[in-house]
Design a binder for this molecule. Sequence first.
Ligand code: ZN
Length: 250
Amino acid sequence: MVARHDQTTDPVLLEGLLQARRGTAFFARKLNELTDADLDGDSLLPGWTRRHVVAHVGYNARAVARLVEWAATGVETPMYPSVEVRNHEIDFGATLSPIALRNLFDHSAVHLNVEWRDLPADNWHHKVKTVQGRTVPAEETVWMRTREVWVHAVDLDNGATFNDIPAPVLARLLKDITGAWHARGTDAGLLITADGTDMELGDTAATSPTLVSGSLPAITQWATGRGTEGVAATHDGGPLDLVPMAPAWI
Ligand code: ZN
C-alpha cells in the first residue's frame, strides 16, 4: 500500500510543498482559462508562445521528478541529459496538439506530486544535482518547482501578475536572484529594497549606490527581468528618469 499523505513531517518542508501545490493549481487555473487557439499566442518570454511555456513547465515537472526518484533510489538520474536536449524537448512540446499539451502539464504535475508524497522522510536529505550542476538536498526540488509554476503562470500573459504570488515565495525568489548577482558581482552599485519589508539586498557595501525600490511584487518582477512597472530608482537622493535594467538572473 502506498501512503496517501506526505512521508515527511518537517513543518518547513510541508509549508514549501503547500506553496508548490498552490502554485501548480494556480498555473492550472490560468492554463484552463486559455482556449486552444489562445495557446498559439505570445507569452511574456521573448521568442516563446504560450505553447512553449506549457511544454517547458510540463517537462520541468518530469525533470524535477527525476531528481526525486534519484533521491528515492540512489540511482543517479539527471534532470536533463544536456541543455540541448532540454531545449529540443521544449521546441518539440510546443508542436503538440492542445489536448496533448494540456495532458503533458496535468500528468507530469500529478506524477511529481506522487514522487514527493511517497519520498521517505530521510531521503529528503539525499543529495541530487541541478541542471546548473549544483549539488543540493532533495528538499530543494520543492523550491525549484515552486518558482517555476508561479513565475511561468505570469508568463502565460492572461491576467496573472506578481501580485498573485504569495509574499514568502516572492521574498525567497528576490533573495535567490540578488544572491546570484552578488556571487557574480553583477550587482555593483545597486541597492535593492522592498517597501514594507526590512530587506536590503544587492551591493550593500556600495558608498554611493543607486537605490532601486518598489513593492515586493514589483521589485521581484523587475529582478526577474520582466519590466520596471512600479519600480523607482534614486541616486544620491535624486530620482532617476530611467530605472536601470536588472542584471541577468539565469
Ligand atoms: Zn522556467
